[in-house]
Write a protein that binds this ligand. Structure first.
Ligand code: 5AD
Length: 348
């Protein structure tokens, strides 16, 4: 059987936003500049030229999980653990809103010390201002997700990390793939905008698995997809394995944009960390969102060491905003002040 050429596959993707697994694999492996251009075109048509900025508040680096790749894993004793107080979190959010940001992302390790009630009060206080609230605090029960939604949370990020069950179980000891799927389903049922995504470049991961991830994003009709590239952290069991391939991750972003034309796709910090100017490359390959760290305490930012040498930890929010504006001008894009829901991409 003759394999379809990249050009044919891209034509089909641009027209139908649907591809089969083999076609996705071909693009991931040999899409090249044509793939990047096609994704950039689809982004422009369906999501526009504006860039949404999210203010990221990493409010606790305590974590009960032991994911093999992550520097915050419970078994890593070399981390200086911190937990921001509710007032610190809310004040950091308000300061970001005053600087014109309209989405606050509250992220933490899976920290049991934060009780639901406390989290709900924090969400309620932030929601008194004109901003969307996104949570990224891991696996919770339906009831907990429901309380947070009632408190005003708009969106939730929970990467599936990999849809390959075997690989998932290998890197997430004592966790359950089924429970992660259950979480994503519950979030959707409760009316959150749902973000998920994968880690590209874990040892043992194949292009076929990444293609399956992208088909999964399409199947659940995710509203946001964050694709990170694996960066080894020395204090983890994967500390001596190789980093993920930047170009493969870039291609995965591009294919995701082709198949889910109107969603929000961030240019992730991992991509900027692995390659200088990585963020601009990702924004030119289908992405339309940037998350900026809103915490001003640089010690805390350093201690949120999911992987080493994370980009941007030495800058304050004001500085990162200015730098971003400058670099966006180079690619003819600009920040727009918006809560940046998926439906905003259609001018609704
Ligand atoms: N390299 C890149 N990304 C990582 N994450 C965790 N550890 C690493 C690493 N070593 C990502 C996971 C998680 C997100 C918050 O950070 O995908 O979902």
């Amino acid at each position: 059987m003759k394999e379809n050429s990249v050009k044919d596959i891209l034509n089909k993707a641009e027209e139908k936003h649907s591809l089969d697994k083999e076609e996705i694999i071909t693009l991931l492996q040999s899409g090249g500049d044509e793939l990047i251009r096609a994704a950039d075109g689809v982004r422009k048509k369906y999501a526009g030229d504006g860039i949404y900025i999210r203010a990221l508040i990493e409010f606790s680096n305590y974590c009960t999980r032991t994911c093999y790749y992550c520097g915050l894993r419970a078994e890593n004793n070399n981390v200086q653990r911190y937990r921001m107080s509710p007032d610190e979190i809310v004040n950091t959010a308000y300061a970001a809103i005053d600087k014109g940001l309209r989405t606050i992302v509250l992220q933490s390790g899976e920290d049991c010390a934060f009780v639901m009630d406390e989290l709900c009060r924090i969400v309620e206080r932030i929601k008194k201002k004109d901003a969307a609230v996104t949570l990224s605090i891991g696996e919770k029960t339906y009831k907990e997700y429901k309380s947070l939604k009632s408190a005003g949370a708009d969106r939730y990020l929970l990467r599936i990390e990999t849809t390959n069950k075997e690989l998932y179980q290998k890197y997430h000891p004592k966790m359950s793939f089924e429970n992660r799927l259950r979480c994503l389903e519950d979030l959707r049922t409760l009316g959150y905008e749902v973000g998920t995504g994968s880690l590209i470049g874990l040892e043992g991961q194949t292009a076929e698995m990444i293609a399956e991830d992208i088909l999964f994003f399409k199947k659940i009709d995710a509203d946001m997809i964050g694709l990170g590239v694996f960066i080894p952290h020395p204090d983890t069991p994967l500390g001596c394995t190789a980093a993920g391939n930047f170009d493969l991750a870039l291609n995965a972003v591009a294919v995701t944009r082709l198949l889910l034309p109107d969603i929000n796709i961030p240019a992730t910090t991992a991509m900027e960390t692995l390659r200088p100017n990585g963020r601009l490359l990702v924004l030119s390959a289908g992405a339309n969102v940037v998350m900026l760290n809103a915490v001003e305490n640089s010690e805390q930012k350093k201690d949120y060491s999911i992987y080493p040498d994370k980009a941007g930890v030495n800058e304050g929010l004001e500085e990162s905003l200015a730098a971003l504006k400058n670099s966006l001008a180079k690619i003819g894009r600009e920040i727009i002040v918006s809560k940046g829901f998926r439906y905003n991409n259609r001018g609704e």
